[in-house]
Every structure is written in structure tokens, then in C-alpha cells.
Design a binder for this molecule. Structure first.
Ligand SMILES: [Zn+2]
Length: 388
């Protein structure tokens, strides 16, 4: 249930089977890189950090993420983290003198043609701009990131040995590089910094003497940065740089998470109770059944599109949200489908983002919102029901 202690273990499990040493897909700023921000942390420093964790390039095509409002070079001393940007959240940011709100759900999702303070969205945008409050949203890019929304949910449910449920992100690229620079260590260092798998190199036979060939698998959104870094260090002089699509699924991004309870798992009732306790809800909707729950798939928010993947992976239970009536029907035996609520399954990520930002930017105040932005309420009656 405690997400603090599992970080290293989780990273180790995730990177098991890779050729290189365990390496997170995103780098926390070192104390060295933090120093220049100390006196003047700007909105763009936070944006860059969050985008290292959850690159905007992995968002769903319909989504809108990134710096939605505000000046990238505006100074930041205090941040408010939330799931939804409501008027209450903006008022709280104002009261706490936050210059930046980091939200999961983007405030501007569909195209808007005017901004007037006559509806809620307009009022919020108006108020934020007038008060110099910036907005950074990390939505489906944080859903698909390592240690993102579903990892946090899985941790909250006390699951272990976490892996992505579906790794259908075809973003791996093979980089083939030929160069005659002497310093192969410098080339390898850069390739390893940006690569998902450890880079390797060898001398090219039958070519000009001194030519070396390097190869690495890297994620698509890092290719341009790698190339720029190689050029800046003058390591590409008289060399060639080729990028190829490969079918290697990346370990760094995916959808949903699968994890385990130890030994033979837990009984179904115990599991449902645990979900309610972990997410602080009085009830959950579910269908199907499973005697013992050991292998569990989760997807924070609307994740029922992963039901088939969860069944295929052999999960005893799948916890997600926004399940429609017909999706509750499941012909599989020993499969429990649980709707834990959209807000409920995602709100643990607010604290996870707060914690990461507070650790990376020690000089800033980072708060999780005190507003409960969940618009859905449950009324629990005390009369005897006939239908359930
Ligand atoms: Zn959501």
C-alpha cells in the first residue's frame, strides 16, 4: 500500500531482462542541474522535468497536453497539483500564491473560439491569465509513462512486480551511427544517456581506417535531442546517422499495469475491501468473480478498452473506471471486473506528482490541492434493495 518503498524495486523489475543496467526512462535532475534553478525557477523548468517523465509525444492523438496557459519564462516559487482545474482549485492557487498549476486533466480539451468570463471554463482561463497563473497538464502522456497514473494506482493497491499491461507503443528506433572520431567513449556516453538499451559499437572492417560503427535502440522522442547533442559535441563530423523503425516494444511506455499479490493471493471479498480502503470509497461496482486474486491488471481512469488485454494476460481481476453496462458482461470464468470510479482511481497520482516535484525542486513549495474536484457523489441508502 505504501508507494514510497517500492520505487527501486519497481524499476528493477521493469528493467529486468534488458541488456544494460537498470535505468529509468527519465532522469531526475541531479543536484548539479538543480543548482541553476535555485534562484530563478521558471515554468519551463517544471515543464521540462514533467516532459522527461511523461513526454508529450506519447499522448493520445485526441489529447491536449503541455503548457496550456502561461509564460514559459515566468518565475515559479509555489506549485499546486490537481486532477481537475476547477474554480475552487484556481481560488486555492490564488490564496496560496501559486504561480503554476500542474493538472492531470487538461482545462482546454476541445477547440475554443472565445474566452469570456461568462461560463466556468472562460472564468477560469480569465482568472488565471489575469493573475499570472500558468497551467501545465500531463494527461494521457502521464497515463502511458513509467511510474505514471496506473503504476501509482497499482502501488496503492499493494501490488508487486509491476509491468505495463500493453506495450503497443511503436516508438522504438534503431540508431546506426558511423564516425571516425577517436573518442568512442564520448559517443557511447551520449548514446547510453538517450537509449532505452545499452549502446554498443565495433570497428568497421573494409572501410576507411578508424571508422567505428555504433548501434542503439532509443525512443523516438529522444532522437532529435541525441542528434543535436552529437552535433554539438562534434561527434558526427564525417559520419553518418541513420534512424530506423523497429518492432521492439519499448519498456518505457505502455497502457495499464499488471502486478501481483504474493503467494496464492487474496480472497475476492478481501480484495474488494482492499480496493475500497485504498481508494477511500464506500462501494465499487463489479461483475464476474474469482475465487483467489493474485494477478491484477489496473488502468486508472477510463480503461475498459484494456479488458481483453487483461483477460489475455491471465489477470484474476481488472480494476479501472467508467465501465458501461454492456462492458460488465464477461464470459470469462475467474475474472473480476471492478469499476473503482474515475476520480478515485486517478487521485493517488496527484500526491505522486507532488512528491516528485518537491524532491526535484527542493527550493519550491509544492502542494496537492485540498479541493475534492470529483463531481460524482454516491448516496448510500439504508433500505433493503431488491435489485442488488
Ligand atoms: Zn482521467
Amino acid at each position: 500500500m505504501n508507494c514510497d518503498t517500492d520505487y527501486d524495486k519497481r524499476a528493477k523489475h521493469l528493467h529486468k531482462g534488458k541488456r544494460g543496467p537498470p535505468k529509468p526512462s527519465w532522469e531526475k535532475p541531479t543536484s548539479k542541474s538543480r543548482r541553476p534553478h535555485h534562484l530563478n525557477t521558471q515554468v519551463r523548468h517544471i515543464t521540462n522535468f514533467m516532459h522527461q517523465w511523461a513526454p508529450p509525444g506519447i499522448k493520445m492523438s485526441y489529447d491536449n497536453v503541455g503548457l496550456i496557459l502561461g509564460d514559459p519564462s515566468a518565475p515559479v516559487s509555489r506549485i499546486l497539483v490537481c486532477l481537475d482545474v476547477t474554480e475552487d482549485v484556481v481560488d486555492e492557487a490564488l490564496e496560496k500564491k501559486c504561480e503554476l498549476i500542474v493538472s492531470h486533466h487538461p482545462l482546454i480539451f476541445k477547440e475554443i473560439s472565445s474566452i469570456n468570463p461568462v461560463d466556468e471554463q472562460g472564468r477560469i482561463i480569465y482568472k488565471m491569465i489575469r493573475n499570472n497563473i500558468a497551467l501545465l497538464s500531463v494527461h494521457t502522456n502521464l497515463d502511458a509513462a513509467l511510474d505514471g497514473v496506473s503504476f501509482v494506482l497499482a502501488n496503492n493497491l499493494g501490488l508487486d512486480d509491476l509491468q505495463f499491461l500493453e506495450k503497443n507503443y511503436n516508438i522504438s528506433r534503431k540508431i546506426s551511427l558511423t564516425t571516425d572520431v577517436d573518442d568512442s567513449e564520448a559517443v557511447l556516453k551520449l548514446l547510453n544517456y538517450y537509449s532505452a538499451e545499452e549502446a554498443h559499437f565495433w570497428e568497421v572492417d573494409g572501410r576507411k581506417e578508424g571508422q567505428k560503427f555504433f548501434e542503439a535502440i532509443i525512443d523516438q522522442h529522444n532522437v532529435a535531442q541525441l542528434r543535436a547533442a552529437l552535433e554539438k559535441e562534434e561527434l558526427l563530423k564525417r559520419g553518418s546517422f541513420q534512424e530506423m523503425e523497429v518492432n521492439t516494444p519499448t519498456n518505457n511506455f505502455g497502457m495499464g499495469v499488471i502486478g501481483y499479490y504474493p503467494d496464492s493471493g487474496i480472497a475476492m471479498d478481501e480484495f474488494l475491501h482492499l480496493v475500497c480502503r485504498a481508494l477511500d470509497v464506500p462501494s465499487v461496482r463489479f461483475s464476474g468473480s474469482s475465487e483467489r486474486i493474485r494477478k491484477v491488471a489496473v488502468c486508472g481512469g477510463a480503461g475498459v478498452f484494456l479488458k481483453k488485454a487483461a483477460v489475455k494476460a491471465g489477470a484474476d481481476a481488472f480494476v479501472t473506471a467508467d465501465i458501461k453496462y454492456h462492458d460488465y458482461f464477461t464470459e470469462n470464468k475467474d475474472f473480476l471486473l471492478v469499476d473503482a470510479g474515475h476520480y478515485e482511481s486517478e487521485f493517488p497520482v496527484v500526491e505522486a506528482v507532488r512528491k516528485e516535484l518537491a524532491e526535484a525542486f527542493e527550493q519550491l513549495e509544492v502542494d496537492a490541492t485540498e479541493s475534492v474536484t470529483n463531481p460524482m457523489r454516491i448516496y448510500v441508502t439504508d433500505f433493503e434493495n431488491k435489485n442488488i
